[in-house]
Design a protein. Structure first.
Length: 237
Protein backbone atom coordinates (compact mmCIF):
# COMPACT_ATOMS: atom_id res chain seq x y z
CA UNK A 1 0.00 0.00 0.00
CA UNK A 2 1.28 3.46 -0.88
CA UNK A 3 2.20 5.65 2.09
CA UNK A 4 -0.45 8.23 1.19
CA UNK A 5 -3.18 5.57 1.05
CA UNK A 6 -2.10 4.23 4.44
CA UNK A 7 -2.25 7.71 5.99
CA UNK A 8 -5.71 8.35 4.51
CA UNK A 9 -7.13 5.06 5.76
CA UNK A 10 -5.54 5.42 9.19
CA UNK A 11 -6.92 8.95 9.59
CA UNK A 12 -10.35 7.72 8.51
CA UNK A 13 -10.14 4.99 11.14
CA UNK A 14 -9.20 7.49 13.86
CA UNK A 15 -11.94 9.90 12.74
CA UNK A 16 -14.50 7.08 12.91
CA UNK A 17 -13.27 6.19 16.41
CA UNK A 18 -13.52 9.89 17.40
CA UNK A 19 -9.91 9.91 18.59
CA UNK A 20 -9.36 13.58 17.79
CA UNK A 21 -10.37 15.84 20.68
CA UNK A 22 -12.93 18.42 19.55
CA UNK A 23 -12.50 17.05 16.05
CA UNK A 24 -9.13 18.78 15.61
CA UNK A 25 -6.36 16.91 13.79
CA UNK A 26 -2.67 17.21 14.75
CA UNK A 27 -0.62 19.66 12.69
CA UNK A 28 1.17 18.48 9.56
CA UNK A 29 4.61 18.31 11.18
CA UNK A 30 3.33 16.14 14.03
CA UNK A 31 1.57 13.78 11.63
CA UNK A 32 4.62 13.56 9.37
CA UNK A 33 6.73 12.51 12.36
CA UNK A 34 4.07 10.09 13.61
CA UNK A 35 3.67 8.34 10.23
CA UNK A 36 7.36 8.74 9.32
CA UNK A 37 6.51 10.28 5.97
CA UNK A 38 7.22 13.61 4.29
CA UNK A 39 5.04 16.64 4.89
CA UNK A 40 4.16 16.48 1.20
CA UNK A 41 2.59 13.04 1.76
CA UNK A 42 0.59 14.46 4.67
CA UNK A 43 -0.50 17.43 2.56
CA UNK A 44 -1.70 15.13 -0.24
CA UNK A 45 -3.57 12.94 2.25
CA UNK A 46 -5.25 15.96 3.82
CA UNK A 47 -6.13 17.28 0.37
CA UNK A 48 -7.94 14.02 -0.43
CA UNK A 49 -9.92 14.11 2.82
CA UNK A 50 -10.86 17.73 2.14
CA UNK A 51 -11.98 16.95 -1.40
CA UNK A 52 -14.33 14.18 -0.27
CA UNK A 53 -15.81 16.46 2.38
CA UNK A 54 -14.54 14.85 5.57
CA UNK A 55 -12.24 17.53 6.97
CA UNK A 56 -11.77 21.26 6.55
CA UNK A 57 -8.84 23.58 7.16
CA UNK A 58 -9.58 26.72 9.17
CA UNK A 59 -7.04 29.43 8.44
CA UNK A 60 -4.94 30.17 11.51
CA UNK A 61 -6.67 27.50 13.60
CA UNK A 62 -5.95 24.08 12.12
CA UNK A 63 -7.63 21.08 10.52
CA UNK A 64 -10.99 19.82 11.75
CA UNK A 65 -13.43 16.99 11.08
CA UNK A 66 -16.53 18.54 9.50
CA UNK A 67 -19.42 18.62 11.96
CA UNK A 68 -21.93 17.59 9.28
CA UNK A 69 -19.78 14.63 8.23
CA UNK A 70 -21.86 11.46 7.99
CA UNK A 71 -20.25 8.02 7.94
CA UNK A 72 -21.33 6.33 4.72
CA UNK A 73 -20.67 2.62 4.02
CA UNK A 74 -18.67 3.78 0.97
CA UNK A 75 -16.18 6.40 2.10
CA UNK A 76 -14.55 6.99 -1.26
CA UNK A 77 -13.47 5.41 -4.50
CA UNK A 78 -11.33 6.49 -7.43
CA UNK A 79 -13.99 8.89 -8.72
CA UNK A 80 -15.76 10.06 -5.57
CA UNK A 81 -12.46 11.22 -4.07
CA UNK A 82 -12.04 13.62 -7.01
CA UNK A 83 -13.90 16.98 -7.34
CA UNK A 84 -16.37 17.11 -10.23
CA UNK A 85 -14.44 19.85 -12.01
CA UNK A 86 -11.56 17.39 -12.51
CA UNK A 87 -13.80 14.65 -13.94
CA UNK A 88 -15.05 14.68 -17.53
CA UNK A 89 -16.87 12.19 -19.74
CA UNK A 90 -16.31 11.53 -23.43
CA UNK A 91 -19.16 10.14 -25.51
CA UNK A 92 -18.52 6.93 -27.47
CA UNK A 93 -21.90 5.63 -28.64
CA UNK A 94 -25.68 5.74 -28.15
CA UNK A 95 -28.27 3.35 -29.55
CA UNK A 96 -31.92 2.51 -28.99
CA UNK A 97 -33.13 -1.09 -29.21
CA UNK A 98 -36.00 -3.24 -28.01
CA UNK A 99 -35.39 -4.74 -24.58
CA UNK A 100 -33.97 -8.22 -24.17
CA UNK A 101 -35.46 -10.66 -21.60
CA UNK A 102 -32.54 -9.84 -19.28
CA UNK A 103 -33.18 -6.09 -19.55
CA UNK A 104 -36.88 -6.64 -18.90
CA UNK A 105 -35.89 -8.45 -15.71
CA UNK A 106 -33.51 -5.68 -14.63
CA UNK A 107 -35.96 -2.84 -15.27
CA UNK A 108 -39.05 -4.79 -14.13
CA UNK A 109 -40.81 -4.40 -17.47
CA UNK A 110 -44.06 -6.23 -18.19
CA UNK A 111 -43.61 -5.95 -21.95
CA UNK A 112 -40.84 -5.25 -24.44
CA UNK A 113 -39.80 -1.59 -24.44
CA UNK A 114 -37.15 0.56 -26.05
CA UNK A 115 -33.90 0.72 -24.09
CA UNK A 116 -31.06 3.18 -24.47
CA UNK A 117 -27.54 1.74 -24.41
CA UNK A 118 -24.68 4.20 -24.30
CA UNK A 119 -20.93 4.07 -23.82
CA UNK A 120 -18.58 6.73 -22.53
CA UNK A 121 -15.16 7.02 -20.96
CA UNK A 122 -14.55 8.74 -17.64
CA UNK A 123 -11.51 10.99 -17.53
CA UNK A 124 -9.84 12.07 -14.28
CA UNK A 125 -7.15 14.75 -14.43
CA UNK A 126 -6.83 14.22 -18.22
CA UNK A 127 -6.31 10.47 -17.82
CA UNK A 128 -8.91 7.92 -19.00
CA UNK A 129 -9.74 5.86 -15.90
CA UNK A 130 -12.98 4.04 -16.73
CA UNK A 131 -15.09 2.72 -19.59
CA UNK A 132 -18.80 2.83 -18.85
CA UNK A 133 -21.60 1.00 -20.66
CA UNK A 134 -25.05 1.91 -19.37
CA UNK A 135 -28.69 1.13 -20.09
CA UNK A 136 -31.74 3.31 -19.36
CA UNK A 137 -35.44 2.93 -20.27
CA UNK A 138 -36.46 5.23 -23.13
CA UNK A 139 -39.91 5.66 -21.56
CA UNK A 140 -38.31 7.36 -18.55
CA UNK A 141 -35.66 9.31 -20.45
CA UNK A 142 -36.95 9.99 -23.99
CA UNK A 143 -34.65 12.95 -24.65
CA UNK A 144 -31.28 11.37 -23.77
CA UNK A 145 -28.59 12.80 -26.06
CA UNK A 146 -24.84 12.78 -26.62
CA UNK A 147 -24.56 16.12 -24.81
CA UNK A 148 -26.33 14.76 -21.73
CA UNK A 149 -24.14 11.64 -21.70
CA UNK A 150 -21.05 13.83 -21.48
CA UNK A 151 -22.47 15.51 -18.38
CA UNK A 152 -23.66 14.14 -15.03
CA UNK A 153 -26.26 11.39 -15.42
CA UNK A 154 -27.32 11.89 -11.80
CA UNK A 155 -28.07 15.56 -12.45
CA UNK A 156 -30.02 14.59 -15.56
CA UNK A 157 -32.11 12.09 -13.58
CA UNK A 158 -32.78 14.66 -10.85
CA UNK A 159 -33.80 17.24 -13.48
CA UNK A 160 -36.61 14.83 -14.44
CA UNK A 161 -37.94 15.17 -10.86
CA UNK A 162 -37.02 11.58 -10.00
CA UNK A 163 -35.84 10.87 -6.44
CA UNK A 164 -32.68 8.77 -6.38
CA UNK A 165 -32.53 6.31 -3.49
CA UNK A 166 -29.48 4.03 -3.62
CA UNK A 167 -27.18 1.82 -5.67
CA UNK A 168 -26.52 -1.90 -5.62
CA UNK A 169 -22.91 -2.44 -6.65
CA UNK A 170 -20.85 -5.57 -7.25
CA UNK A 171 -17.15 -5.90 -8.03
CA UNK A 172 -15.26 -8.61 -9.88
CA UNK A 173 -11.75 -8.88 -11.34
CA UNK A 174 -11.37 -8.94 -15.10
CA UNK A 175 -8.79 -8.58 -17.88
CA UNK A 176 -8.88 -5.86 -20.51
CA UNK A 177 -10.04 -6.86 -23.97
CA UNK A 178 -8.27 -5.55 -27.04
CA UNK A 179 -10.86 -2.78 -27.52
CA UNK A 180 -10.78 -1.80 -23.84
CA UNK A 181 -6.98 -1.74 -23.74
CA UNK A 182 -6.93 0.61 -26.73
CA UNK A 183 -9.37 3.00 -25.06
CA UNK A 184 -7.54 2.90 -21.74
CA UNK A 185 -4.14 3.03 -23.44
CA UNK A 186 -3.00 -0.09 -21.62
CA UNK A 187 -1.82 -3.54 -22.63
CA UNK A 188 -4.32 -6.23 -23.53
CA UNK A 189 -5.10 -8.60 -20.61
CA UNK A 190 -4.10 -5.96 -18.07
CA UNK A 191 -5.91 -6.69 -14.74
CA UNK A 192 -8.87 -4.39 -14.16
CA UNK A 193 -11.97 -4.06 -12.01
CA UNK A 194 -15.45 -4.76 -13.37
CA UNK A 195 -18.12 -2.79 -11.51
CA UNK A 196 -21.84 -3.44 -11.97
CA UNK A 197 -24.35 -0.88 -10.72
CA UNK A 198 -28.11 -1.02 -10.39
CA UNK A 199 -29.37 2.49 -9.70
CA UNK A 200 -32.70 2.71 -7.89
CA UNK A 201 -35.28 5.42 -7.29
CA UNK A 202 -37.10 5.85 -3.98
CA UNK A 203 -40.12 4.06 -5.47
CA UNK A 204 -37.92 0.98 -5.96
CA UNK A 205 -37.69 1.25 -9.76
CA UNK A 206 -34.32 0.68 -11.44
CA UNK A 207 -33.58 3.69 -13.64
CA UNK A 208 -30.09 2.72 -14.83
CA UNK A 209 -27.94 -0.36 -15.12
CA UNK A 210 -24.24 0.16 -15.78
CA UNK A 211 -21.09 -1.87 -16.22
CA UNK A 212 -17.77 -0.13 -15.70
CA UNK A 213 -14.28 -1.34 -16.44
CA UNK A 214 -11.67 0.51 -14.41
CA UNK A 215 -7.91 0.47 -14.07
CA UNK A 216 -6.01 1.66 -10.99
CA UNK A 217 -9.29 1.41 -9.07
CA UNK A 218 -9.40 1.72 -5.29
CA UNK A 219 -12.22 2.06 -2.78
CA UNK A 220 -12.48 2.27 1.00
CA UNK A 221 -15.48 1.12 3.06
CA UNK A 222 -16.68 1.22 6.62
CA UNK A 223 -18.91 -1.81 7.27
CA UNK A 224 -20.89 -2.04 10.54
CA UNK A 225 -20.69 -5.43 12.27
CA UNK A 226 -23.90 -7.37 11.68
CA UNK A 227 -24.27 -9.45 14.85
CA UNK A 228 -27.48 -11.20 13.73
CA UNK A 229 -26.01 -12.05 10.35
CA UNK A 230 -22.85 -13.35 12.02
CA UNK A 231 -24.84 -15.60 14.34
CA UNK A 232 -27.03 -16.86 11.49
CA UNK A 233 -23.95 -17.85 9.50
CA UNK A 234 -22.46 -19.69 12.49
CA UNK A 235 -25.56 -21.89 12.79
CA UNK A 236 -24.69 -23.33 9.37
CA UNK A 237 -21.18 -24.42 10.44
Amino acid sequence: MKKREFVIQDLLSKIYQEQFKDGKLPNQRTMAQSYQVSRYTIQESIKTLEEIGIIETVQGSGMYVKKQFQMNPLIFNTLTRTPYERITSKFLSLEKKKSTPEEEQIFQLDNSEDIWTFERVRIVDYKIEQIERSKMPVSMFPDLTEEIIEQSIQEYVLSKKYSISHYITSYSPTLLTKKQSELLMSKRNTPAMRIENRCLLKNGKVYEYSELTAIDYTCTYITPFDKKGHQARRTNI
